[in-house]
Design a binder for this molecule. Structure first.
Ligand SMILES: Cc1cc2nc3c(=O)[nH]c(=O)nc-3n(C[C@H](O)[C@H](O)[C@H](O)COP(=O)(O)O)c2cc1C
Length: 325
């Protein structure tokens, strides 16, 4: 299948793996890229720019296909050393960057001068248009159903994707709620040029996380995610667990008075405990509603091959068959 995204990134299939904290390591990124998709290393999971440089080098020993690095721009009092993280990407010869969070405008000259293709993750049409205006090559449009940070507009992909298609000139991938060939074909029908998956790629053989995390995703239904931190305008969709229930009880009790400090125990530094140690109640971790569509733990190649084969069957068979001869 050829789309503007496969052409832009030089990949075989229009399937991307989004950056994921403590999941997007070289094992997963290389497995996705080797399967013909676009794998992504998550920069901020690496404690220093030097660690990121090592992770990029490690990934290069595992694949000779293109892969991306996710750089998430967080609003922080003491921001990470972004210039040197970007330098590690450039020096490492990575040619695709997925930006997320704050507007990446400040970093665009540095990235573009190095010949890097930039795909910015957006949760609204207006942010997507802004990304296009500042010179991003593509957008990853994240609907309300997505795992992680869906923004504050709450527009699901059934509306958001066709709206993005109405307005954008640059290519975009559909992100949030994507799991299988049905997702891919629907996303293409709504005007996207491919799909980006987060949660689905965690439940794969190569995802370098504890088995408990994969089993929790397979066990979860579409009813098992919760939205937290709404009051802080930092909404995150997470899998329900004991820590999340505790956090939500605090949100109810404190209402408008809630500050980040009140919930720090449930959200700060919890990822290694969950992803590495498999302590599933250690805190709040991002997970999409799409968990309800995830029933197995395939290899990345099995997953991607299945999506592409089933997509062809849907397009040529079911959809083609609906048309009168
Ligand atoms: C565990 C987890 C961690 C994530 N961490 C990040 C991150 O650090 N930076 C980022 O831009 N997106 C992050 N995301 C969002 C994903 O890249 C992707 O946009 C999202 O998962 C898509 O929705 P889906 O889970 O329904 O596929 C994370 C998602 C999950 C599930």
């Amino acid at each position: 299948m050829k789309t503007r995204i496969t052409e832009l990134f030089g990949i075989q299939h229009p399937i991307m793996q989004g950056g994921m904290h403590f999941v997007g390591l070289a094992e997963l990124a290389s497995a996705v890229s080797n399967a013909g998709g676009l794998g992504t290393i998550t920069a901020l999971t690496q404690r220093t720019p030097a660690d990121l440089a090592n992770e990029i080098a490690r990934c290069k020993t595992m694949t000779d296909k293109p892969f991306a690095v996710n750089i998430t721009f967080l609003p922080a009092l003491t921001p990470p050393d972004y210039p040197n993280y970007i330098k590690a990407v450039i020096d490492g010869g990575v040619k695709i960057v997925e930006t997320a969070g704050n507007n990446p405008q400040k970093w665009m000259p540095m990235l573009k001068e190095a010949g890097i293709k930039v795909i910015h993750k957006c949760t609204s049409v207006r942010h997507s248009l802004k990304a296009e205006a500042i010179g991003c090559d593509a957008v990853s449009v994240d609907g309300f159903e997505c795992g992680g940070h869906p923004g504050e507009d709450d527009v699901p992909n059934m509306i958001l994707l066709p709206r993005a298609a109405e307005e954008l000139k640059i290519p975009f991938v559909a992100s949030g709620g994507m799991a299988d060939a049905r997702s891919l074909v629907a996303a293409l029908a709504m005007g996207a040029d491919g799909i980006n998956m987060g949660t689905r790629f965690i439940a794969t053989v190569e995802a370098p996380v504890h088995e408990n995390v994969k089993k929790a995703i397979v066990a979860a239904s579409e009813l098992d995610t919760r939205l937290i931190m709404r009051g802080l305008r930092n909404t995150e969709r997470v899998l329900d667990n004991a820590a999340v229930e505790k956090l939500i009880a605090k949100e109810k009790e404190l209402g408008d008075k809630l500050t980040f400090a009140d919930i720090i125990e449930e959200v700060a530094g919890v990822y290694p405990k969950i992803m590495t140690d498999g302590d599933m109640d250690a805190g709040a971790w991002s997970c999409g509603m799409v968990a309800g569509l995830i029933h197995d733990i395939p290899t990345c190649k099995e997953l991607i091959d299945r999506i592409m084969a089933d997509a062809e069957t849907i397009i040529r068979g079911r959809l083609g068959g609906l048309l009168a001869a």
